[in-house]
Design a protein around this ligand. Structure first.
Ligand code: GRF
Length: 217
């Protein structure tokens, strides 16, 4: 039986859609069973519904504090039966308690080559620093923001004349490759979380798996 996956979003949900479309391929080892947003304005909810995926909204504004929102989100995830949770453009910081509850089955995608550029404006910061390369990282979520062990990175070369917008578009293209790929590797049992470390094909992963993008470069 395919591994049930939930995707949690706040916005347009293009990564969610890439994960969901991959899961619809015959033989996919995972299946997206629920897409959850923290606001009903999230366009990704409409996109998920169009793909026939059950959706729900846990409206952040209706909760007095982070603890009660996180508890409601956790309850929704539990009800979905998901064994793996993919945060994809989810714009909330989750409590340490939530992260601990989902330890080892909670993923995030971040638009930089972590550990570089945790936080916001990653594209602008990579350009301002004159970096030769930039990209995105899929990582397990731990209590440290954008600090959990990285599983896979999509890397591209920054080109002369690149702007935040042009780089962002190419990073997105890479994100749509690496996030479904990581879900597949986890569901197939090739990537595992063992006591805070990532294992790949039974051995500790010493450096992130890399997807180089010539096409997107
Ligand atoms: C992506 O760039 C991802 O790296 C970041 O938020 C963005 C989400 O985009 N965490 P989308 O909603 O999947 O289109």
């Amino acid at each position: 039986m395919p591994m049930p996956v939930a995707v949690v979003i706040s916005g347009r949900g293009s990564n969610m859609e890439a994960i969901a479309r991959a899961s619809l391929h015959a033989g996919s080892p995972f299946k997206v069973v629920r897409v959850i947003a923290d606001r009903d304005s999230a366009i990704g909810i409409t996109r998920a519904a169009a793909l026939g995926i059950p959706t729900s909204v846990v409206p952040v504004r209706q909760f007095a504090d982070r603890a009660s929102f996180d508890a409601a989100l956790a309850a929704e995830l539990d009800a979905s039966g998901a064994q793996l949770v993919a945060l994809a453009g989810f714009m909330r910081i989750l409590s340490a308690e939530f992260v601990q509850r989902f330890e080892g089955r909670l993923l995030n995608i971040h638009p930089s080559l972590l550990p570089k550029y945790k936080g916001l404006d990653t594209h602008g910061r990579a350009l301002a620093a004159g970096d030769s390369h930039h990209g995105a990282s899929v990582h397990y979520v731990t209590a440290e923001l954008d600090g959990g062990p990285v599983i896979m990175q999509g890397r591209l070369r920054i080109q002369p004349g690149d702007t935040s917008d042009t780089v962002s578009a190419r990073v997105h293209t890479l994100e749509h490759i690496i996030y479904p790929h990581v879900c597949t590797l986890i569901a197939a049992g090739r990537v595992e979380w063992r006591a805070g470390a990532v294992f790949f094909d039974g051995a500790p992963l010493k450096a992130p798996l890399i997807e180089e993008s010539d096409a997107a470069a």
